[in-house]
Design a binder for this molecule. Structure first.
Ligand code: ATR
Length: 274
């Protein structure tokens, strides 16, 4: 019988995780099954318990359960502890290990797939919610010259900067404070794209040769990437690579083998076009 894995979320119907993990399993000759479980908003812990009782070995967790998963885990990896959110669970006997592979996924996509340098660069992170919080420590570990966090609710950005103070050169505040500042890498970690909206970013934020990265992905260009292209960003990337890389990291945790992500990204891009 194959080992069982799943992704818990709400909504979860359009999740690409089942296709990604099935592709990894074929590539790495692993016998697994992986499905999406639409989880009632007030029923996350019960759903996870049911899945474990039925033989579940591990799970991914997506919106809106990443913080609840953090509380549910009996043991946390250092990076999950820092992120305050869990996207990967590993069930081992009585223990539930919680990990967060989002930050590692972003950094791997940036540095390995996109050959984008972070060390010594001026980096701007837009947003201060769960998605942003998960990538602050890994970004700082890559030693940028400065990591600036901007958010619509300025206090959340300052709080986030405070939380990671001491790990690197960090600033946090409102979008208006960005006036006159330019960045080599601008990462959108807001959920604005979901509503077809745009964070209020000053037009001069993109330095010459800069890269714009949207952690969201979807069909066509997101509003953020369209704005970035019109305002001088030299390179654009959406979050599909990050999605596949965070999955590869979870697969490695579960199975002890690291899949090759490039053919899976190519497969998903092909599916999108088709
Ligand atoms: P997630 O876990 O996806 O980060 P979240 O915690 O709800 O979700 O955070 C959403 C982020 O997107 C926040 O930083 C939010 O800004 P506020 O803290 O001011 O709410 C940001 N956001 C959402 N819509 C936005 C918009 N239209 N313009 C700018 N920022 C937006």
């Amino acid at each position: 019988m194959s080992d069982r894995y799943a992704v818990f979320g709400n909504p979860v119907g359009h999740s690409k995780s089942p296709a990604i993990h099935q592709a990894f399993a074929v590539q790495c000759h692993q016998q697994i099954s992986y499905r999406a479980i639409l989880t009632p908003r007030d029923g996350f812990a019960a759903s996870v318990r049911g899945f474990v009782a039925a033989g579940g070995r591990g799970a991914n967790v997506t919106l809106p359960f990443k913080e609840e998963a953090w509380r549910l885990a009996t043991r946390l990896s250092v990076r999950a502890e820092l992120a305050g959110a869990v996207n990967t669970l590993l069930f081992a006997g009585a223990e539930t290990l919680g990990d967060n592979t989002d930050g590692a996924g972003l950094l791997r996509d940036l540095t390995c797939n996109l050959a984008c340098r972070v060390a010594g660069q001026r980096v701007l992170l837009l947003g201060a919610g769960g998605a942003a919080r998960g990538v602050v420590a890994p970004l700082l570990d890559a030693r940028p010259a400065l990591l600036w966090i901007a958010n619509r609710t300025a206090a959340r950005a300052s709080d986030l900067a405070q939380r990671f103070a001491g790990r690197g050169a960090l600033a946090g505040g409102a979008y208006q404070e960005l006036e006159g500042e330019a960045f080599d890498l601008v990462i959108n970690a807001t959920s604005a794209s979901l509503a077809g909206e745009l964070p209020p970013l000053p037009a001069g934020a993109f330095a010459s040769g800069s890269m714009a990265y949207d952690m969201m992905y979807g069909q066509g260009e997101t509003p953020f990437l369209a704005y970035a292209r019109e305002h001088g960003a030299a390179r654009l990337a959406d979050g599909l690579g990050m999605l596949v890389e965070q999955a590869a990291e979870a697969f490695y945790l579960w199975r002890g083998v690291r899949p090759n992500s490039a053919p899976v990204v190519a497969m998903l891009r092909g599916t999108e076009r088709g």
